[in-house]
Design a protein around this ligand. Structure first.
Ligand SMILES: C[S@@+](CC[C@H](N)C(=O)[O-])C[C@H]1O[C@@H](n2cnc3c(N)ncnc32)[C@H](O)[C@@H]1O
Length: 197
């Protein structure tokens, strides 16, 4: 197993400026440019009966309603973000939507407030780019996922440049089994599975 001592160094995270975040979060813009379609993209997370999925860095929740609907009743979706006010806004935004049972957790993706092997799926929609320690976050994902659990990561190329991305990709490939990968002009989407011990 990869440990914190083995991990390569990577430059600390970045904070997406609010105006840029608003621009890239505009559903119309994302759809017109063909970057992101929430109802299509959330299918990267494979639905399993009774599963618990943790969305790490849920922010404004561009994907959350679609993910909730995709997972469906009888599953749990936990939205986690360090910004409590984003979670409050997300709770309001999701009122009236249906699907997975929702809960909201203030927390840090680099130090997840979850026990080992406790989560069936982790979803990061353009959030890992902002974490102060993306490599630590990958190791946290490995810790909290159950063996066979899914790690689905969407990265936005303009924010996570090649120099910052490569150590993350290397650690992911060392730590998990890669199942699916797509690289478009703006986005990289990845799906990994935690190895059985
Ligand atoms: C570009 S936004 C994306 C938000 C959301 N996934 C979306 O697509 O609407 C990045 C998010 O990562 C969150 N974030 C930053 N540092 C984090 C950390 N250490 N742990 C968890 N989330 C973090 C920010 O609060 C923000 O909500």
């Amino acid at each position: 197993m990869t440990t914190l001592d083995d991990k390569p160094k990577v430059r600390a995270g970045w904070r997406t400026p609010a105006a840029l975040y608003r621009l890239i979060s505009s559903p119309a813009l994302r759809a017109v440019l063909g970057w992101d379609l929430p109802r299509r993209d959330v299918k990267w997370v494979r639905r399993e009966e009774g599963m618990t999925c943790l969305e790490v860095g849920s922010g404004g929740g561009f994907y959350t309603a679609a993910l909730r609907e995709h997972l469906g009743e009888g599953t749990d979706l936990i939205a986690l973000d360090p910004a409590g006010e984003s979670l409050d806004a997300l709770r309001d935004k999701l009122a009236g939507t249906t699907g997975a049972r929702m809960s909201y957790l203030v927390g840090d993706g680099c130090k997840l407030p979850m026990p080992d092997d406790s989560v069936d799926a982790l979803f990061y929609g353009y959030s890992l780019e902002e974490f102060p320690d993306p490599l630590g976050a990958v190791l946290e994902a490995q810790r909290v996922l159950r063996p066979g659990g899914q790690l689905v990561l969407f990265l936005w190329r303009p924010v996570i440049t090649k120099g910052r991305r490569m150590p993350v990709a290397k650690l992911l490939d060392q730590t998990f089994d890669r199942q699916q990968h797509s690289a478009g002009p703006q986005n990289i989407r990845m799906r990994y599975i935690k190895r059985a011990r």
